[in-house]
Design a protein around this ligand. Structure first.
Ligand code: GDG
Length: 491
């Protein structure tokens, strides 16, 4: 059984009808093919179902279950509870804190209480649908207290948790008023998975600072924390994508046709692409400023490069997201006002989501992807970009602070998103990189993305969580927090 904040579909009430749309975001992209292939149950929030009877919701989800090959179980929450739990504690406290943006955090007792209550309701639904011995796989920062709530309800299950976002260093985590409770709740899981060494190291650092009596040990690539006769094992599992699926889609005639049209409309120009949810962690304003700096410092790029920035609206009810959109629009207007000439517009901004097919066509048509989050658990967009570059062309410009940098640093051009000059230089380097150098780098990137795909991730996580040991070889970089920033000889 998989538990996540959202189901992979959202229900909307339209008059007497129920409309069903797919959910967006990295977690859903990653987990959907997994359950589709293996079967199982996905438990989560079905969208705002107020005004719909429980029977109507079940009926709508049942139809989706039949079609998708796994069961969907709804956890409905009142609007008030959802605001405290989701808009509040998850997205206005934990999300900014865990991305090192403590200045954006709202610390509010009612948010925390709402979070614990929502987690209790998830646990209650889970308890109804599982049997002793089942394995429960809980996803992400919305549900860190589920195992604790299951214990309170005396439900014996094997529980595993995966954190999709970064875990912050102790100096930042300690700002959280409920820091002890949250760490203890996490240790109520039998198994914890993080995206990178950086995150696990930070988590263990917090434990050392707050609970120095707990014993931390290491066996092979796994860590264990023991306290009060209980044991939690902790591993690192960088999430992958359905690389073969993306590559297959990229060969479809409709995608190729869209790619041709995009290439035609940017003929004679090198297309740089940014694709992000509308989120302040993704570094979009910083990226736009760097693009402007590149045009300023390298005049030969003018009229030769265009940045297409796709921004997918998200969390529109959470504080801070609407001003971000205005800020992005203002910077784009400024850059275009300053540099537009003839029929060349330096930055094209699209604020909407596009179909998976169009997204792939954009990836394929782009000479470079600018993926420069201030911090990211992993970042799937950069992996998708590489997966569909079957001609081995294109350059990946990647933030050092995306979890993916620890895997892709040898093929990508790494940048510090706070270093505007450095980013401008990388934009110029990407725009002028020879086809041979692009091919050398892209082949390396594609090998990595294909080898460490979603199936590798799921089987690694599940075999470790079910105590069947780790079959993965130990990577020399396995215990380095930032392998991408080390001198090679240190690895
Ligand atoms: C969280 C963590 C971690 C985007 N625009 C469109 C679209 N997308 C899809 C992409 C990609 C997904 O959304 C975004 O995934 P990311 O990983 O980049 O980012 P988050 O949503 O923040 O995800 C992140 C992830 O969880 C998984 O663990 O990597 O660090 O923050 O798959 O393709 N898809 C379509 N149209 C769009 O316009 N169809």
């Amino acid at each position: 059984m998989v538990a996540a904040n959202r189901l992979p579909v959202v229900l909307h009430r339209e008059a007497a009808e129920v409309r069903i749309t797919p959910s967006s975001g990295g977690l859903v992209t990653a987990m959907h093919p997994v359950l589709g292939e293996r079967g199982g149950t996905w438990i989560g929030w079905p969208g705002d179902t107020s005004g719909l009877s429980a029977a109507r919701v079940e009926e709508a989800l049942h139809a989706v279950s039949e079609e998708q090959g796994f069961d969907l179980v709804p956890v409905t929450l009142s609007e008030e509870l959802r605001q405290c739990y989701y808009d509040g504690f998850a997205n206005a406290t934990i999300w900014p804190l865990f991305h090192d943006l403590q200045g954006r955090c709202r610390f509010d007792e009612s948010y925390y209480k709402g979070y614990v209550e929502a987690n209790r309701r998830f646990a209650r639904e889970i308890a109804r649908r599982t049997e002793k011995g089942d394995l429960l796989w809980v996803h992400d920062y919305h549900l860190m207290s589920v195992a604790h709530q299951l214990r309170q309800q005396r439900v014996a299950l094997r529980t595993a948790f995966f954190l999709h976002i970064p875990f912050p260093a102790s100096d930042i985590f300690l700002k959280l008023p409920w820091r002890r409770q949250l760490l203890r709740h996490l240790l109520d899981f039998d198994f914890l998975g993080f995206q990178t060494q950086r995150d696990r190291r930070n988590f263990l650092g917090c434990l050392v600072d707050l609970f120095p009596r707990f014993t931390i040990s290491k066996t092979g690539v796994m860590h264990s924390v023991t306290r009060e006769k209980r044991n939690t094992r902790i591993g690192v599992f960088p999430i992958g994508i359905d690389a073969a699926g993306f590559e297959k889609l990229s060969g479809e005639a409709a995608v190729r046709e869209m790619e041709r049209e995009i290439r035609e409309s940017y003929a004679g120009r090198r297309l740089f692409l940014g694709v992000d949810r509308l989120d302040y962690t993704k570094g979009i304003p910083q990226r736009l400023h760097a693009f402007e700096r590149a045009l300023e410092r390298f005049p030969h790029l003018r009229e030769k490069v265009t940045l297409l920035q796709l921004v997918v609206p998200s969390r529109e009810d959470v504080e801070g997201y609407a001003p971000l959109r205005e800020e992005i629009e203002r910077i784009v207007g400024h850059v275009n006002g300053r540099f537009t000439s003839g029929n060349w517009v330096p930055v094209v901004l699209m604020v909407r989501s596009v179909s998976r097919e169009r997204l792939i066509a954009l990836y394929r048509a782009a000479c470079a992807a600018l993926i420069t989050p201030l911090k990211d658990g992993m970042n799937l967009v950069c992996k998708e970009y590489c997966a569909v570059k079957t001609e081995n062309d294109g350059v990946l410009i990647l933030s050092e602070f995306a979890g993916a940098a620890a895997q892709l640093y040898k093929g990508a051009l790494l940048v510090n998103p706070h270093d505007m000059e450095g980013m401008a230089r990388s934009i110029e380097a990407a725009a002028t990189m020879s086809p041979a150098e692009q091919e050398r780098r892209m082949k390396r990137l594609r090998r990595n993305v294909a080898r460490h795909d979603i199936h590798w991730w799921v089987s690694g996580f599940l075999s470790a969580a079910s105590e069947r040991g780790m079959r993965r070889k130990i990577d020399p970089a396995a215990f380095v927090a930032y392998p991408q920033l080390c001198e090679e000889e240190w690895l």
